[in-house]
Design a protein around this ligand. Sequence first.
Ligand code: BT5
Length: 216
Amino acid sequence: MRLASVTSTQEVARDLPIGSVVVADHQTAGRGRLDRRWDAPPGSAMLASFVLDPHPLLSLAAGVAAAEACGANVRLKWPNDLMLRGRKLGGILVEVSGGKAVVGIGINLTSAPPGAARLRLPPDDLLDRLGAELSAWTSAPHSRVLERWRELSVTLGRRVRVELPGHTFEGTAQDIAEDGALVVDGQRVGAGDVIHLRQQGPGARSRAVPRRSARG
Ligand code: BT5
């Protein structure tokens, strides 16, 4: 379903059956995680919501799928921000209710807020690739999703500040657990925000990551 203007593609999608896709040119109340806003001028971004079956690793699988659809140089910051050369290119919001999961993906194309990145790709090509990658990665073995997320990550190995409701701490992001939680100095972080502190060594973000398919 393609719409000119909506409050949020998530709002339209949540009333539709599994398999539906909602795409809009503009959102008047685009949402990020934790009640934040997602802002994009009309026609400047890919704004889509996919209605899918719930899946225990959906947030990470959607991140991997979106990074693969965007192509080389796009990496993932935990839990699933899309990053291009250290700047935020896009974001993913997964909302589950009533036996459905709505995966909202926003990717900047012709403009980006100050400090953010954009990707010069035709929106229809990107949408086709996203649909195909989402279907592949949501049906891939969980071990493949975790392995690929680790390869594409710019968070693992970094010093990070973890911001939880009422509690903040710093440590090294060591791994992601089997359920997708981030492990920071041995502590599991299941939700919340992670801020990257100083870069260590040559840095994951400049590392070449060969392309992979969901079939391994
Ligand atoms: C996200 O939240 O990154 C998830 C964004 C999901 C947006 C899509 S668009 C289609 C679908 N319909 C919706 O209503 N939402 C989904 P979060 O990690 O909370 O990041 C939000 C933060 O990113 C904001 O507080 C800003 O700082 C920043 N931000 C807002 N708009 C941005 C943009 N266009 N590019 C880069 N950063 C942005």
